[in-house]
Design a protein around this ligand. Structure first.
Ligand code: NAG
Ligand code: NAG
Length: 191
């Protein structure tokens, strides 16, 4: 029973992130996030380069995340992808807010179209706002934790240099690179 509930909750989290997670035994490891986070500079479009493997995005390429300001001070999240098989675009809209006034880059994201409302953590481990962002999300469930890492870039085809910077962030914070999978950003429709 517990495992059914666990699977269900994981599936829900998956939908919520529009992604799957790496379930691990043990608590979420400590990580450091950006301080004095500048939300305005973070807005705009990001291209997903790599992330921990996905279930709901399998078959998805050209994944983008676009952040913009909502009138009420929250951040609109607009995630888009192209189905590899059909070529059809799909998208999901969410809402993000800072977890506190501390200036730390710890956000909570919610997708209203998902039946089970959950605030998913979205922590920015490092970003230069102009080229790359490394995002971490970890969720504890009993003895397990589910982890996601994203490498987002401003360029659809980032230079090797930029990716090395992002990998460096993971290395410094002891976050494994081993599970990262590339998102296909080639032959994407014109925007
Ligand atoms: C802010 O506005 C967005 C978009 O209209 C809405 O989805 C969200 O629930 C609002 N959040 C708060 C805290 O009012
Ligand atoms: C990273 O892992 C190494 C080896 O396990 C450990 O010695 C080090 O303290 C860790 N660093 C951080 C920032 O957690």
């Amino acid at each position: 029973m517990t495992s059914i509930i666990f699977s269900f909750v994981l599936a829900v989290i998956n939908i919520n992130y529009a992604s799957a997670q790496i379930p691990s035994l043990g608590k979420c490891p400590p990580v450091e996030v950006v301080q004095h986070f500048n939300v305005e500079k973070y807005l705009g479009k990001w291209y997903e380069q790599e992330k921990y493997p996905t279930i709901f995005e399998i078959g998805g390429k050209c994944v983008t995340a676009e952040y913009s300001a909502n009138p009420n001070g929250t951040v609109k999240v607009f995630n888009k992808q192209i189905n590899i098989l059909t070529g059809n675009p799909s998208s999901i809209i969410g809402n993000a807010r800072l977890d506190s006034d501390s200036g730390e880059a710890k956000l909570l994201v919610r997708f209203p179209s998902v039946p089970f409302q959950l605030d998913a953590p979205y922590w920015v481990l490092d970003t230069d706002y102009r080229k790359y962002s490394v995002v971490w999300s970890c969720f504890e469930l009993g003895p397990f934790s589910a982890r996601v890492v994203w490498i987002l870039t401003r360029d659809r085809q980032p230079s090797r240099d930029i990716m090395e910077k992002a990998y460096g962030v993971l290395k410094r914070q002891n976050v494994s690179k081993a599970f990262l999978m590339k998102n296909d950003q080639k032959d994407c429709p014109a925007e």
